[in-house]
Design a protein around this ligand. Structure first.
Ligand SMILES: [Zn+2]
Length: 74
């Protein structure tokens, strides 16, 4: 059985894991990396985490800009 990574709730009828593997009856999805035993997913792990971190960074930066903007308005 292979466990693929899927952030958040996956739709019931999802046929393909985010890594591109077609899901069979013996496939599972999890958001917990400790449970992932799909090599494709594991090799993408750093990329996935990296992009999530980059996104987070962008959001924080955006919030900082907004705070600056609000301070300038006052
Ligand atoms: Zn996978």
């Amino acid at each position: 059985m292979k466990v693929h990574f899927c952030p958040g709730a996956a739709p019931e009828d999802l046929e393909q894991a985010p890594c591109g593997t077609w899901l069979g009856e013996s496939s599972e999805l999890s958001g917990d990396w400790a449970r992932i035993d799909c090599r494709l997913c594991q090799s993408r792990k750093e990329k996935i985490i990296g992009s999530a971190a980059a996104e987070e960074h962008a959001i924080i930066e955006q919030m900082g800009d907004m705070a600056d903007f609000m301070r300038a308005e006052c």
